[in-house]
Design a protein around this ligand. Sequence first.
Ligand code: FAD
Ligand code: DLZ
Length: 507
Amino acid sequence: MTILVPILGDQLSHTLASLRAVTPAEAVVLMMEVADEATYVPHHPQKIALFFSAMRHFADELREQGWTVDYVRLDDPANTGDFAGEVARAAQHHSATRIVTVAGGEWRVVEGQRDWAERTRLPLTVLDDDRFLCTIEQFAGWAKGRKRMIMEDFYRIMRRQTGLLMDGDQPVGGQWNYDQENRKSVPKGHRFTPPLRFAPDAITTEVMALVAGRFGNHFGSIDGFSWAVTREQALAALADFITHRLVGFGDYQDAMVTGEDVLNHSLLAPALNLGLLSPLEVCQAAEAAFHAGTAPLNAVEGFIRQILGWREYVRGLYWFAGPDYTARNHLAATRPLPALFWGAPTDLKCLSQAVDATRRNAMAHHIQRLMILGNFAMLVGADPGEVHRWYLAVYADALEWVEAPNVIGMSQFADGGMMATKPYAAGGAYVNRMSDHCKSCNYDVKQRTGPKACPLNSLYWDFLARHEETLKNNQRLWRMYDGWRRFSAEEQVRIREQAARFLATLA
Ligand code: FAD
Ligand code: DLZ
């Protein structure tokens, strides 16, 4: 009797439910590098290399622990190219009598897993993925019937449930949220401590060559790959962040600095999303730093809120919203994604900085994703489906359950307000306040119209005017619409013509 245990690329946890459910004596673990997963969107080469290298390392670790692992490499001539084909092939090869696996992390994969039983004619057990702090059912119970799913309400429940930063029933420090203290701009000359990076070992080097050969035409550079690819490295990256960089996490959380890719961000999302780290251990490490007096409350609470709050919330929302969530298009936006997202030159400094960081690192930090790239895509009316596929392709941490709510919901308002209470729309003034980009930009951030005017300004007002019917009753936008109505009719026309000229030349 052989139990086949398929483990997917984002299930690299030694405590995975399927590994707990069987013993090494009765099981064959199946891990598959498949062309379908590498190409269903054109993933950044670093993202593909990260998955393949982490999967290969994980397979070696399992073998060292006594598991039998059938590892299918991408370049195996017998590789059928998709999960279903590989599960069927392995089931036959190992004369498997049943299959035990953990539910995949996206609708597309979960739907595919259901077919494995039919394809192999074997009993199939799909276990819940229990590596999260809130179950899908718990979230649905909380969300059902609510008019608004406010993250902050959810977060407080999760604080109480886990006891993180709690003093009995009350938040440590007397406040649940220190976000107000987390919007400082960076003083001139401030030096950020660089994150711990990992030089590619032999496995990663081999994978990088494979990826460069097969997917070298995808947007993004493979050079400079330095991601953690094992749990040991991920734990070292976590310890390094907690010791050296958590202390400043809160202060400059929303800041952007020219030439500075990371600031005080943790860069832990890829390791968390692949399963190399657990969300609870990451939060507990941050909490311990607060109790040890090495990191202030605004930094620690801000960091824990991202993981215990936002990460769990978006995962719950993704499964609650259903498989058609990624097709939503509340603002009926249809423009093809502008070529600058794929690296075509742009003279907007904020955009060129964010796209270039994405190209070099398969990473951009939150405010670049939300308020630079996402904001621009929404203002120009880019098709949210195309925007979603771009984000899914280019970031090392992009898995649909976390990417889609952030893109469709938070950044494009395409779900009509299920996630965000208003569109995250901004003109140049926001970028100028939160970054130093405008100082070295060709455009003048203070101007709305004219050849030197920052395009974000006219695009912002044009966006509000274009969607007035849909958005005017949103209370959180009243002040903005009030601002729009204060312009003279002539100025409104000038602004909209300026936006139209920009949009007409935007390829
Ligand atoms: P830090 O700033 O150090 O934050 C710590 C951790 O908190 C992150 O590692 C992450 O696990 C979690 N976190 C922070 N913000 C969020 C959030 N909004 N949603 C979920 N988790 C969060 N995150 C992804 O993991 N994958 C994605 O594909 C992804 N796509 C995004 C797309 C858009 C448009 C936006 C606005 C945000 C997206 N995020 C995504 C959330 C966030 O930008 C990234 O988690 C973060 O930039 C990763 O870098 P970091 O590890 O240095 O994060
Ligand atoms: C993202 C990705 C890539 C690039 N390649 C693979 C792969 O070859 N094999 C695999 O098991 N998973 C891969 N993944 C992750 C999947 O696309 C998908 O997101 C997860 O399987 C969902 O649980």
